[in-house]
Ligand binder design. Sequence first.
Ligand code: MV4
Length: 596
Amino acid sequence: MFRTVLVANRGEIALRVMRTCRELGLRCVAVYSEADRDAPHVAYADDAFLIGPPSPAESYLNIDAIIRAAKATGAEAIHPGYGFLAENASFVRAVTAAGLIFIGPPAEAMERMGGKTAARREATAAGVPVVPGVLEPVTDAAEVRRLGKEFGYPIAIKAVGGGGGRGLRVVRSPEEVDEAFAAARREAEVAFKNGELYVEKYLDDPRHIEIQVLADRYGNAVALGERDCSVQRRHQKLIEECPSPALTPELRAEMGAAAVRLAKAVGYISAGTLEFLYQDGRYYFLEMNTRIQVEHTVTEMVYGIDLVAAQIRIAQGEKLWFKQEDVVPRGHAIECRINAEDPLHNFRPALGTIGEYREPVGFGVRVDSGVHAYYTVPSHYDSLLAKLITWGSDRQEAIARMRRALAEYRIEGVTTIIPFHQAALEHPVFTAGAATVNFIPRHPELFSRAAELTPPTAASARAEPAPEPRRFTVEVNGRRFGVAVFGDGTNATPVASPSRSAPAHRATPKKTTLAAPVDAVISPIQGRVVAVRVAHGQQVEAGQVLFIVEAMKMENEITAPHSGTIAEVRVEVGTTVEAGAMLAMYQNPANNTNGK
Ligand code: MV4
C-alpha cells in the first residue's frame, strides 16, 4: 500500500491524476520544470519538486531527477500520465529498482508490444486479426514489390519503431516502391533511431477505433468498450467519442474479447488501449498503447468508471472488483481537445497569455483543464489547454450539449481550435456518424466554416490593433439590448443623480446609464455645485473656470477641458452631483473630436 503518489507529468493530465489521488485519500507530489513554476499542477499538489530546466529532456524526461524527487518527498509510487516517460520501459525498471511502484504496466509487457512487428506477431498468436501483411521486417525494395503483388496495391510501408504516422508511406504502384522505401527508411532512422520497415495492405478509408482494457496482476482483464478517434488531422486526434457510431453490440463484444485475449497473452497489467482500424465491417489490430490516454475520459463517462482510480487500485495490488458482464455502457460521450492552435494557419501553435477565461458548466459537461485566466502557457510543451467532454443519453444529445458548451467556452488572449470544433460538430458527415480518418482532408469546407465562426476579435486583433468597440448591455423598459460603442468616446459617464433632498434642482431630467461619446464638462468629484460661471451659448477657453463644486468643505474649480462653445449647462447652484457627472455639454459633440 502506498500513501503518496508522485505525478511525473504536467498540464491537464497531472491535475486529472492528482484529483483522483485526493479522492482516494492519497498525498500527491508534483514535479515541475523552471518553465512551470506558476503552473496549475504545481499549485494543486500537496508537495512539489523542481526537476530541471524547461527543456523536456532535462526535466520531465529526466529519469534520475524524477526518482530523486520521489525519494526527497517521500513518494512511494509514480504515475506517469501520458507522453513523456509513460511508455518507457527503462523508466519502469529504474522506478522499480529504486523501490518505488510504477502505476502502469510491467516493463516486459511494454516491450512485448513496443515493436510493431512484434505486436503483430503477438496478435496473430492470440487469434486477433491484423491487417494483411508481414510479421517480420522487410530488407529491400524488391521484397516490397513482391509483397505489393501478393497483397495488391495500395500497400503501406511502415516503421517497426513507429507510431503516430511517422515513417508511414503509401505506395500505389510498383514504380513508386524504390523512392517510398528509401524515404520511409530515412524518416524512421531519424524519428525512431530504428530504420526497420514492414509492409501491410493499405486500407483506403478506415476508422480509428480503439478498445480500452483494464487488467489486474491476477490474470483478470476486462474490456471497457471502444472509442472512435477517426476525427484526426496529421495524426493528431481532435475529437473522440464513445461508443463508436459504427459498431454493433456484437462487434463491440467481439473486439473487446479479442483485446482481452491479447492483453492477457502479453501479461498486461493496468489500463491499456488496443488500436484497431475498422473498415467494411472488419477490424484489424494495429498497435497497443501501454498508458492512460488523453481520450480516456469518454470511456469514463459512458462506463461510469474512473480509469485513473482503477490504475491506482490495481497498482495497490487489488483484484479487479467487477466482471465483464458488469461493464455496461450508458449514453454517449464526446471529447473535443481544446488546443491553443490556429486552425486557419495550418494548426500552428498559438500559445501565449490567456486573458479572460470561463469554462462551460452544467449537466453533462466535464472540463479537464490545465489553465486559468491570466496564465501564460509555456511554449516548451504541447498546446493542449483543456479537454471538453460532454455526456448525453444518446449521441444527438451529446452533440447538442457539446455545441452549447463550445459556444459558452470563453478563452481570450490565445487562439484555439474551438471554431474548428464548432464547424466539425455541425457538419453533416460528422452528425451522421460517418466520419472516417479522411473526414478532415476530404472536407476543406470545415476550414472556411471555422473561419466564419472565428470571433472577429481573435482574427483581426493581431492584423491591425484597431481599438475594439466597448460593449455594454442596456436595459430599456425591462428588455436587454447589446450596444457597441465604436471609436474613442470621452470618459463621460453621465450618471449625475438628482439629489434626493432637493428634488426641485434636478441635474439630469433624462437619466441614462449608457456611456456615450459625448463632448462634455465632467465633475471629477462628488459634491454640491456652489457656483456656475458659464451659460448656454457661451464661448469658453481651455482651462477657464466654469463651475465650483464643494466637496468635504473644499471648493474645487472645474475648468473647461478645451476651447469651444457650450451648448447646454446641465446643473445649477445647489445641484448635488456624483463623480463623473456631466455639468455642461459642448456644441456639435459628435463632430468635435479634439481636446480629448
Ligand atoms: C494504416 C492505414 C491504412 N492501412 N495502415 C496512421 C498512423 C498509424 N498509427 C496508423 N496509420 C494508418 N495505418 C494500413 N494498413 C491508415 C492509417 C491512417 C490513420 C490511422 C488512424 C487514424 C488516422 C489515420 C490517418 C491517416 C492514415
